[in-house]
Ligand binder design. Structure first.
Ligand code: FNR
Length: 362
């Protein structure tokens, strides 16, 4: 049967993947309240569509950090994509390129920056988890730069790994035939097999819990690439990100995998946008599954959105073709939403095109 929306891929992935892998991809932290809320919150925002506007031509193009892309829909970093499909990150990179959009490669990818670069041209960002050993960080930066990556997505919401109980029950481990390719040759590529969650123990060992704002400044001394701070949920941290020299902010709760009862990202977005005061672009990820979700995020001031799980689930279902289809379906739905709202270009999408539960009555 034909797949007609992004959400349908999850059930297919669940059927195809080993339980340990599906659970790792699908899970949120603890009660998974935030996981549900990332979706639910979108459904509380409604439209105020405008009519009788000539929408025979719709332009979805935009520029992110100066890079032209075909639509404001991009790919978030997700770890270990080869567990979903043998082509893993290669397939994702090709699908993103074909769609004319940006792929973010995870630090914890099962393909290296060089391997992803070898798939052909494309605008790619590199997501960074800062390791305790700063030499490793310097080496990773050099490699990402040489491989032509255009920006660093610095993940700041993971000083420790959130508690994902399914991973603990399943004793989640990277399958032995896969490695974290970006760390190969750096002597930290092997996840220790412990009787706890192997990933948790690895991250506990390597991710630097002492990471702070001064490190955001330090990063700028070792790379010329612009830095997007990923994991901002408050006005306070939006202000500090700008002060620390960030080129952009990603409003994210890590797909609800870190702090449970953190707000849905679509709820936190407007506060962050206001605090950024247009000094840097603000992006969002978390729960985006429909073109209407993309529109709502843009109406609240986002410059674009990123998708995480839809890539993993479609990759599991159908490899590169699956990821292409996800990007195409979101693109088509977003275009339709623009048309039915009376918007011909992204800058015609305004706050007045939506109504939220926190708006005063008109
Ligand atoms: C992630 N995410 C993530 N983020 C990051 O900065 N580095 C990483 O390696 C990963 N890995 C990862 C694995 C899996 C399985 C998931 C589901 C998520 C978070 C990711 O970048 C993004 O913030 C969320 O996935 C967005 O939410 P949705 O689209 O999955 O709802």
């Amino acid at each position: 049967m034909e797949i007609t929306n992004v959400l349908e891929y999850e059930a297919i992935a669940k059927e195809k993947l080993p339980k340990m892998v599906y659970d790792y991809y699908a899970s949120g932290a603890e009660d998974q309240w935030t996981l549900q809320e990332n979706r639910n919150a979108f459904s509380k925002i409604l439209f105020r569509p405008r009519i009788l506007i000539d929408v025979s031509k719709i332009d979805m193009t935009t520029a992110v950090l100066g890079f032209k892309i075909s639509m404001p829909i991009m790919i978030a970093p997700t770890a270990m994509q080869k567990m979903a499909h043998p082509e893993g990150e290669y397939a994702t990179a090709r699908a993103a390129s074909a769609a004319g959009t940006i792929m973010t490669l995870s630090s914890w990818a099962t393909s290296s920056v060089e391997e992803v670069a070898s798939t052909g041209p494309g605008i790619r960002f590199f997501q960074l988890y800062v390791c305790k050993d700063r030499n490793v960080v310097v080496q990773l930066m050099r490699r990402a730069e040489r491989a032509g990556f255009k920006a660093i997505v610095l993940t700041v919401d993971t000083p420790r790994l959130g508690r994902r109980e399914a991973d603990i029950k399943n004793r989640f481990n990277l399958p032995p035939y896969l490695t974290l390719k970006n760390f190969e040759g750096l002597d930290i590529g092997k996840i220790e097999r412990t009787n706890d969650s192997g990933l948790a123990s690895y991250v506990a060992g390597q991710v630097d819990r002492s990471l702070s704002w001064k490190d955001v400044k330090w990063l700028q001394t070792i790379t010329h690439l612009p830095i997007l701070v990923k994991g901002v949920l408050t006005a306070e941290d939006a202000g500090l990100s700008v002060q620390a020299g960030a080129a952009g902010i990603i409003v994210s709760n890590h797909g609800a995998r870190q702090l449970d009862y953190a707000p849905a990202t679509i709820m936190a977005l407007e506060e962050v946008v206001k605090a950024a005061q247009g000094r840097v672009p603000v992006f969002l990820d978390g729960g985006v599954r429909r073109g209407t979700d993309v529109f709502k995020a843009l109406a609240l001031g986002a410059s674009g959105i990123f998708i995480g799980r839809p890539v993993l689930f479609s990759l599991a279902a159908d490899g590169e073709a699956g990821v292409k289809k996800v990007l195409q379906m979101l693109r088509d739905e977003f275009e339709l939403t623009m048309a039915l709202s009376g918007c011909r270009s992204l800058n015609e999408i305004t706050r007045d095109h939506i109504v939220t539960p926190w708006d005063p009555p008109r």
